[in-house]
Design a protein around this ligand. Structure first.
Ligand code: ADP
Ligand code: MG
Length: 726
């Protein structure tokens, strides 16, 4: 008998109308108790929800129909990035209706100034204009209000409907019309500003072309969808065009502007064999590129996915606001009811007066602007960082890195360039240079380590072919061991040689003598005696010192270098880079321990490393930053933040950016709450009227949103990251 396999699947849906926490609650409720639904997650900024479900029980059509029961429309998002939640049509309609309501209100207001005699002492003409404005709003808002009310949910649409109805009941036509108009206006502004932030992410996506010019075996060319291009096929890219996919140049040469990925617009030359990335711009020559990855796997696609996921995770401020909103709205509504009933009942106040005051309270009950202003700020911050080649994987890291106490830096590949070359070979114990190179490259040919690669490359240059090796073992943070021609050899740092008791006086001297800030020294030894010393050049990055000083100026109290390299080199590099603290000859586990020690002392630790051999330390730190090496995917996976350009000046920039982000969030929260508190107080004592309350609310949401969007341009004025203030 065949049994249905339970299989978990996920579907990503764009939901039109999903832009307030209220809607999330509504959707969660709709899915509650439905069989086969495993998990729901929401992304307000994208207007999207992700549903994981058991495909043996339910399917995507059923899921979409569940969404429809709430009055919202869902459409599956496409695989390759997510297109904008297409609310443009709705936005335009809302805008037109808002204008109509505005004009009607203005006409009504104008008519009150017409000499009363012209209309036989009646205000009916204005009342008609006002009711026109109210009807237009009603047409837009009533369906939403009705859906909400049916589900016993007091959302903003319901509250505003009550407020407008109340105003009409009290004969306050002007107030009713202005509330209706301003509510529409603030709704429209809100969706516009959220759309603005969404479009910023979209703009990253538009970087990669949709079609590629495929070259067939017979030399003919056709334009096809990048999605349909197979790995291994060849595409032609003309000057001025963007590379459609990731791949290697196989014909021609050119230079590429890689700013879309690295944020650095200095052209990078590309010859045969060089890697090119989708979305970067071919500047000079026509080239043929062999495609190495499908469209959905390019570095750029990865970046976009990460930015999208990043803004889906809520940051501490967002969580705070969400919790706050949970209590705020019900509290204000209860307050409004009390203000309406208590004074007339207890103090014998006038029902009309207190009803009006409670309506003012209702108007300010919506936390929506407050709720949306934080994600807008975070998304702006994440997107502007991504445009500068700084990939932040969550709002949390963006918010907290500004508070870092300790910045720990790896040496090789982080403070130094990390692409060393062998500068000198010192044979010992009458070994010949060629024999030394033969043995060393034999062992190192199996290693991924940058030192190994340098030694193998050097040996090759000298015309040495490495013999095969057996039983290769990498000894993390120290070196490597292997058997060549039946004998065991080892290569590694000073500490390793000493531990293995292979360090003679001669080796000791040779190593100490050459350890300086531009050199790393390793030695090769057989089972019975050392054979030679290798001197590798690896200088500090040009911007290292400047960046370390900028970090100090930002107030980061401890900057420490952690390295597996020899004491002498470590000390020299630390000095050259202006790093006051360093720890040398550390194994990967020692680096983790060093970070744990700082954490135990209550410090917030940021670790910057090269993502491959520093993965454990990156994971141990509060925030792990990987040098991106121009966008190699391995480092993007491991860290919380990736520097796509290996530019250390991005570190102080990032700390400043984080502080600017937090500053804006604080300003926004303070301003929104202050406006609400002020109007709550004014409402109770009877000094605020309806239109003032809603105008202030709309104004406040406008201000906070624009304040958040400012981050999209954070640091633009002074684009060289080295000169960013914190
Ligand atoms: P870092 O902390 O500088 O990134 P690692 O932890 O990768 O360095 O390695 C520490 C030290 O161990 C290196 O400086 C080098 O001296 C030695 N080492 C590691 N692997 C090798 C290797 N394959 N060949 C020679 N030396 C090695
Ligand atoms: Mg390293």
């Amino acid at each position: 008998m065949k049994q249905a396999q339970s299989e978990s699947q996920t579907i990503d849906l764009l939901v039109a109308g999903l832009d307030c926490p209220d809607e999330i609650k509504e959707l969660t409720r709709a899915f509650k108790g439905k069989t086969g639904i495993l998990n729901l997650s929401f992304n307000l900024m994208r207007g999207a929800m992700t549903v994981s479900f058991d495909s043996s029980i339910t399917d995507s059509e059923h899921i979409i129909s569940i969404v429809q029961t709430t009055g919202m429309e869902a459409t599956p998002a496409s695989d390759r990035g997510t297109p904008l939640n297409n609310q443009d049509g709705g936005e335009r309609k809302a805008f037109k209706l808002t204008i109509v309501a505005g004009i009607a209100t203005a006409v009504g207001l104008a008519l009150t100034w017409v000499p009363a005699t012209a209309f036989h002492h009646t205000t009916w003409p204005s009342a008609i204009a006002y009711s026109g404005a109210i009807s237009v709003a009603w047409w837009l808002i009533a369906p939403k209000a009705w859906t909400a009310a049916r589900h016993m949910r007091l959302d903003m649409n319901v509250l505003m409907t009550i407020a407008v109805a109340g105003a009409i009941g009290l004969g306050e036509w002007f107030e009713g019309a202005t509330v209706a108009f301003l509510f529409m206006l603030s709704n429209w502004l809100e969706s516009w500003s959220v759309g603005r932030a969404r479009r910023a992410i979209q703009s990253l996506m538009e970087l990669s072309p949709l079609t590629a010019r495929l070259q067939h075996a017979d030399g003919t060319e056709t334009d096809i969808d990048t999605d349909a291009v197979e790995v291994g096929s060849r595409v032609v890219v003309k000057p001025g065009e963007k590379f459609p996919l990731d791949g290697h140049v196989v014909e021609g040469s050119t230079s590429a502007n890689q700013a879309p990925i690295t944020g650095e617009s200095v052209p990078v030359s590309k010859a045969i064999g060089d890697e090119v990335f989708a979305g970067t711009i071919n500047q000079k020559g026509a080239v043929v590129v062999e495609v190495s990855k499908p469209a959905s796997d390019t570095v750029l696609a990865g970046v976009i996915r990460l930015v999208e996921q990043a803004q889906g995770r809520s940051s501490p401020s967002e969580r705070f606001i969400d919790r706050f909103a949970l209590y705020y709205t019900p509290a204000v509504i209860v307050g409004a009811i009390l203000v309406c009933v208590l004074p007339p009942l207890v103090l014998g106040g006038d029902w009309g007066t207190w009803l009006y005051r409670s309506l003012v309270l209702l108007v300010i009950a919506c936390p929506c602007a407050l709720v949306i202003s934080t994600p807008v700020t975070i998304v702006s911050g994440l997107t502007s960082a991504a445009r500068r080649g700084v990939l932040i994987k969550g709002g949390e890291y963006l918010e907290t890195i500004g508070k870092a106490d300790v910045v720990a830096l790896d040496k090789t590949g982080t403070l130094t360039r990390g692409h060393p070359i062998v500068e000198k070979v010192i044979p010992i114990n009458s070994t010949s240079v060629s024999r030394l190179l033969e043995l060393a490259s034999a062992v190192e040919q199996r290693s991924e380590h940058w030192i190994a690669q340098a030694i193998v490359a050097y040996a090759q240059d000298q015309g040495v072919t490495p013999p095969p090796c057996d039983n290769y073992t990498a000894i993390s943070g120290k070196g490597a061991k292997a058997q060549v021609e039946g004998k065991t050899y080892l290569i590694g740092n000073h500490r390793f040689l000493e531990e293995e008791k292979k360090c003679t006086d001669e080796v000791h001297q040779a190593m100490l003598e050459h350890e300086d800030c531009h050199h790393t020294v390793v030695a090769l030894s057989s089972d019975d005696q050392p054979l030679g010393v290798f001197l590798l050049a690896d200088s500090p990055r040009e911007e290292a010192r400047e960046s370390v000083e900028a970090l100090q100026a930002c107030g980061v109290s401890t900057i420490v270098m952690l390295t597996g390299d020899n004491e002498g080199t470590a000390k020299a590099v630390a000095q050259a880079c202006g790093v006051t603290e360093y720890q040398a000859e550390l194994l990967p586990a020692d680096k983790v321990q060093a970070i744990e020690d700082y954490k135990a002392r209550g410090k917030r630790v940021v670790m910057v490393g090269d993502g491959i051999n520093d993965a454990p330390a990156l994971a141990a730190a509060h925030i792990g930053i990987a040098m991106g090496g121009g966008g190699t995917d391995a480092s993007l996976e491991t860290a919380d933040i990736g520097l796509m350009t290996d530019d250390l000046r991005k570190l102080p920039w990032l700390i400043g950016h984080s502080r600017r982000t937090r500053g804006i969030i604080t300003q926004n929260i303070t301003l929104s709450l202050a406006v609400k508190a002020l109007f709550a107080a004014l409402a109770v004592v009877g000094l605020a009227n309806l239109w003032m309350a809603i105008a202030a609310d709309t104004g406040a949401s406008l201000v906070v949103t624009f304040n958040g969007l400012r981050l999209l341009r954070s640091g633009d004025k002074n684009n060289s990251p080295g000169h960013q203030s914190c």
